[in-house]
Design a protein around this ligand. Structure first.
Ligand code: NAP
Length: 279
């Protein structure tokens, strides 16, 4: 039976460490949170991030904008926040409503305030191994592996999913930790043959029930990044938890696994930004 990786407990430790370090700064760090429209899931995510900030002693500045906001208005707000010395990090919650250009917004955020690590400058810095910020979800996964003393060097790692936010940077960080990494996606034939080779399997697709026990090598480490709702409306990942738990050595639950770690790593990035801004 696998050890359940307790993302919630670990995230609490990371946030406590951030809180203590924030206390040593010359001023309070600040996060500006932009939420456009009324996507219910985005509202939940944003409230979570704001409450994390409060826990860590970080100020949050909320910018709730109507769905009809124009691209120009949104870019003007980003520019104003780029100039605001009280703002160390800028987070624009995605997805944006139809008609708004996400890439333009990501590019407009000053790289030194890009605490999501989505700006091409920061993605480039990360990919050459000289990061200012690390992308929150993959960094949270790496932190879990470290905390549970799961070695990556020399291990076969398989990442399911190749999004810019999760799959690609995850593969990059595992490679930098000396794993041998295979990235799979919707056009990968015979997924199971590849996943069965994995010592460490990271799943970030968004499809309930995608990973079954027959796809997992006995003793593998299984990290489930996905956040789905099953037919009963319950939060779940991509991994069929009960059967894979019986076969893996470590597994992350959903909820209570990668999600809280993602939020905690955001707090760490805000602390880094504040330090870099001389706080
Ligand atoms: P995304 O942008 O939709 O990417 C999904 C990836 O899965 C794509 O690369 C896609 O391939 C691939 N894929 C689709 N069907 C597949 C299949 N049958 N076999 C193998 N690969 C397949 O999603 P994302 O933003 O990376 O998010 C992935 C999941 O993680 C979602 O459930 C999301 O809610 C969750 N998430 C969780 C956190 C957290 O903090 N826990 C953070 C971010 C995301 P193609 O590239 O070929 O289309």
């Amino acid at each position: 039976m696998a050890v359940r990786i307790d993302g919630k407990a670990l995230a609490a430790q990371v946030k406590e460490q951030v809180r203590r370090e924030v206390e040593t700064l010359s001023r309070q760090p600040g996060l500006a949170v932009i939420l456009v429209g009324d996507n219910p899931a985005s509202q939940v995510y944003v409230r979570g991030k704001e409450s994390d900030c409060a826990e860590c002693g970080i100020r949050s500045f909320s910018h709730r904008l109507p769905a009809q906001t124009s691209q120009k208005e949104l870019l003007e707000l980003v520019e104003q926040l780029n100039q605001d010395a009280a703002v160390d990090g800028i987070l624009c919650q995605l997805p944006l409503p139809e008609g708004l250009n996400e890439d333009q917004v990501i590019h407009a955020i000053a790289p030194d305030k890009d605490v999501d690590c989505f700006h091409p400058f920061n993605v480039g810095q990360m990919s050459i191994g000289a990061p200012t910020f690390l992308p929150c979800t993959p960094a949270g996964v790496m932190e879990m592996l470290r905390a549970y003393e799961i070695p990556v060097a020399g291990k076969r790692c398989v990442v399911l999913g190749r999004s810019n936010i999760v799959g690609k940077p995850m593969a990059m960080l595992l490679t930098q930790a000396d794993g041998t990494v295979t990235v799979c996606h919707s056009r990968t034939p015979d997924l199971a043959a590849l996943t069965r080779e994995a010592d460490i399997l990271v799943v970030a697709v968004g499809r309930v029930g995608l990973v079954t026990a027959d796809m997992v090598r006995p003793g593998a480490v299984v990290i489930d990044v996905a956040m789905n709702r099953n037919a009963d409306g319950k939060l779940c990942g991509d991994v069929v938890f009960d059967e894979v738990e019986a076969k893996a050595s470590y597994i992350t639950p959903v909820p209570g696994g990668v999600g809280p770690m993602t939020r905690a790593m955001l707090m760490r990035n805000i602390l880094t930004a504040a330090r870099n801004h001389g706080a």
